[in-house]
Design a protein around this ligand. Structure first.
Ligand code: MLT
Length: 428
């Protein structure tokens, strides 16, 4: 028997259907609310508002559960790889051997980018933030593949855009870094796997031989898996709403990159390391900063702790924490900033003040620590987040398009001036 929700307003009663998802989450379907009652709902930040029905990612903030297409993130991080997880998110099922090989081959075949991209890249000053370069180059793909401007093309053509995105994003990301360093760009090496190819494009220099460290490549692959999707977060919602206007997939993904750039979203991993470096520069006294974080009159805030959705712990953080210990040990990294991080982590997990406020280390706290240990420069951390989140954005864009969802157009409660007559300049 389907459930419903009743609303009484100004002496009238209204009833709305309640829909329940496959994980027993329920939502009031208010599609007819305004037409029947004249009311709208108000929910700044949409924390209580479902924007869509989705079959891609399930997360339970109370229980610390995260699954991609029903598969536990813990299993995928341990047993899968980033390209296989990308296939799963985008096409809905784990690939067969043949499907996986075809997918990998397709992506490898498209890693090269048009030489004119270099002209666009050369237009950026070396102090350009790599996220701005990345979102620009992704949007520039609309110029090199103008057919992509029509998102209503057939499945094969949409699929080609998807493959091009996954194949070329690492190239663009690495080239954004090379632009910043003033180094010549490296072309993709199609003999390497996805992460090894990225690392070589990032760090190889013409003057010397570069061998990818398999420990680094494997850790990076795990990090990308952990960042691959996270249901209707800020950047994913951005991709969906831009795509809902029937803008191209490249324009939609470019918008998602820009949303992720913000320090309250993907930029948090960069802010964590900048916080740790500031504490180190101020003498490295973690306790001083823990006390500052507790002081209501002190503007200092601990970055990388707590989460809008997870109430007890971020399941990704647990996996990354173990990977951090593993990678730092294997690489023999001994970085004072990382020692400060461990002191903050210990306090947050044992100090009642932080426990009461659910301020535990989140995915951004540990990811910045690993990226730093892998030699990834700080302002490339959010680019790494974008690299990981790309298949999730693509999967969500594809689902929105295939479900024929309407253009996103939220309403508002107007609080401005009431009607008034124009006053000429000489009478103001
Ligand atoms: C994410 O993975 O997108 C972040 O944890 C932010 C979020 O889910 O709101």
């Amino acid at each position: 028997m389907s459930e419903s929700a009743k609303l009484s307003f100004q002496g009238k009663d209204y009833e709305f259907p309640v829909i329940t998802g496959t994980e027993n989450e329920s939502a009031i379907d208010i599609a007819k609310l305004r037409a029947s009652s004249g009311l709208i709902t108000l929910d700044p930040g949409y924390k209580n508002t479902g924007a869509t029905k989705s079959a891609i990612t399930f997360l339970d903030g109370e229980e610390g559960i995260l699954r991609y297409r029903g598969y536990r993130i813990e299993d995928l991080a341990e047993k899968s790889n980033f390209l296989e997880v990308s296939y799963l998110l985008i096409y809905g099922e784990l690939p067969t051997q043949e499907q996986y090989e075809n997918f990998s081959k397709e992506i490898t075949h498209h890693t090269l980018v048009h030489e004119d991209i270099k002209k666009i890249l050369e237009g950026f000053p070396s102090n350009a933030h790599p996220m701005g370069v990345l979102s620009s180059l992704i949007c520039a793909l609309t110029a090199f593949y103008p057919d992509s401007l029509n998102p209503n093309r057939n499945k094969e053509e949409v699929n080609l855009s998807i493959v091009r995105l996954i194949a070329k994003m690492p190239t663009f990301a690495a080239w954004a870094y090379k632009n910043e360093m003033g180094h010549p760009v490296n072309y993709p090496d199609n003999s390497l796997d996805y992460c090894s190819n990225f690392l070589k494009m990032m760090f190889a220099l013409p003057a010397e031989k570069y061998d990818v460290d398999p420990v680094v490549a494997s850790a990076l692959d795990k990090l990308l898996i952990l960042h691959a999707d996270h249901e209707q977060n800020c950047s994913t919602s951005t991709v969906r709403i831009v795509g809902s206007s029937q803008a191209s997939i490249y324009a939609s993904i470019s918008a998602g990159i820009n949303a992720l750039w913000g320090p309250l979203h993907g930029g948090a991993n960069q802010s964590v390391i900048e916080m740790l470096e500031a504490i180190k520069a101020d003498g490295g006294d973690a306790k001083k900063y823990l006390d500052k974080a507790k002081d209501k009159n002190d503007p200092f805030r601990l970055m990388g702790f707590g989460h809008r959705v997870y109430k007890n712990f971020d399941p990704r953080a647990k996996i990354i924490k173990k990977a951090a210990d593993d990678v730092l040990g294997k690489l023999g990294v001994n970085d004072p900033v990382l020692e400060i991080a461990k002191e903050l982590e210990h306090a947050a997990l044992n100090d009642q003040y932080f426990i009461d406020r659910q301020l535990y280390p989140n995915v951004d706290f540990y990811s910045g620590i690993i990226y730093r240990a892998l030699g990834i420069p700080t302002d490339m951390f959010t680019v790494m987040f974008a690299l990981g989140r790309l298949p999730g954005w693509i999967a969500q864009w594809k689902e929105m398009r295939e479900n024929g969802e309407p253009i996103g157009r939220p309403r508002q409660v107007y609080t401005g001036a009431n009607e008034r007559d124009y006053v000429s300049m000489n009478k103001r």
